[in-house]
Design a protein around this ligand. Structure first.
Ligand code: C2E
Ligand code: CA
Ligand code: CA
Ligand code: CA
Length: 279
């Protein structure tokens, strides 16, 4: 192997500089995204596996960047969390999605529920509960129709603000959902200790459940656990009809995935799901 030491280092340093510049630029752009109206909430349908039909939608953020085009959350949520921009952005998502849900419930989908993702950073804001309450008040929604998705890591966070916020959400009647369940570090004790109402089986277990006995066993176990603890269970990442059949047979309550619909704009969702076609 030929050693190029210094040159490699120079190369690396230049690469790093480009990377950091891009991130800083992106953060600057993100700072203005809300006021410039570049953010949009997409909605992905969740199917009720027992009764059929549309049970809920999950709000998923999209950024229409003036030069880069559509930027997915994986590319800017970490940056938004680091810079705490996720606080105003998360509030905007919640308010926008609540208003949209109220319109849908008043119209074609009176039973529809709404899932919104919350970042752990938002739990470090004393105002979180007031923001949630005000989003519900402004939209006139009943707290029971709102599901807030958090990851297992949050339940390991013993800070007072987090514990208080979780208790307050519960007291308001909001359903807490554990996203990507099975991929984090949480111990099962947390399911008992916290006011959890729903588990979302992570996509990584659903993907190969028909071929991989281990993944199938994990899905079965989570569904059984949810049953025993009286929690609702949602499978995410459902892409094949055979997966859907398997999950229904196994007693899963809801399914979400490209098979049933990708995250869509308001118009696209209404076009796809209204009329007789349904889910
Ligand atoms: P998540 O909460 O686990 O959301 C599900 C992700 O899986 C979404 O990616 C969705 O488009 C994708 N997905 C759904 N069905 C399928 C499928 O059948 N196959 C595959 N391969 N993927 C599927 P998306 O929209 O890119 O969001 C990525 C993550 O960004 C979300 O993961 C969530 O953690 C975060 N995120 C999105 N919107 C928000 C938000 O408003 N606030 C916060 N804090 N985080 C958000
Ligand atoms: Ca989620
Ligand atoms: Ca998830
Ligand atoms: Ca995920």
């Amino acid at each position: 192997v030929k050693r190029r030491g210094r040159n490699d280092f120079e190369f690396f340093r230049n690469e790093m500089r480009v990377h950091v510049t891009t991130l800083l630029q992106l953060e600057r752009d993100l700072r203005h995204a809300v006021e410039r109206d570049e953010l949009e909430v997409f909605y992905q349908p969740q199917m009720d596996l027992r009764r059929g039909g549309l049970a809920a939608v999950e709000a998923l953020l999209r950024w229409h960047h003036p030069e880069r085009g559509l930027v997915l959350p994986g590319d800017f949520i970490p940056l938004a969390e680091e810079s705490r921009l996720i606080v105003p952005i998360g509030e905007w998502v919640l308010r926008t999605a609540c208003r949209q849900l109220a319109a849908w419930r008043a119209g074609q989908w009176p039973e529809l529920r709404l899932a919104v993702n919350l970042s752990p950073v938002q739990f470090q804001q004393a105002e979180l509960i007031e923001v949630v309450r005000s989003a519900l008040d402004d939209s006139g929604l009943d707290p029971e129709v709102l599901e807030l998705e958090v990851t297992e890591g949050l339940l390991m966070d013993n800070r007072d603000l987090t514990l208080q916020a979780l208790a307050d959400l519960k007291a308001m009647g909001i359903r807490l959902s554990i996203d990507d369940f099975g991929t984090g570090y949480s111990s099962l004790v947390y399911l008992k200790r916290f006011p959890v109402g729903q588990l979302k089986i992570d996509r990584s277990f659903v993907r190969d459940l028909l071929e991989d006995r281990g993944d199938a066993a994990i899905c079965e176990t989570i569904i059984a656990l949810a049953g025993h603890l009286d929690l609702e269970v949602v499978a995410e990442g459902v892409e094949q009809v055979e997966q859907l059949d398997w999950l229904r047979e196994a007693g899963c309550d809801r399914a979400q995935g490209y098979l049933l619909g990708r995250p869509m704009s308001v118009d696209a969702l209404e076009r796809r799901l209204s009329g007789d076609a349904g889910l």
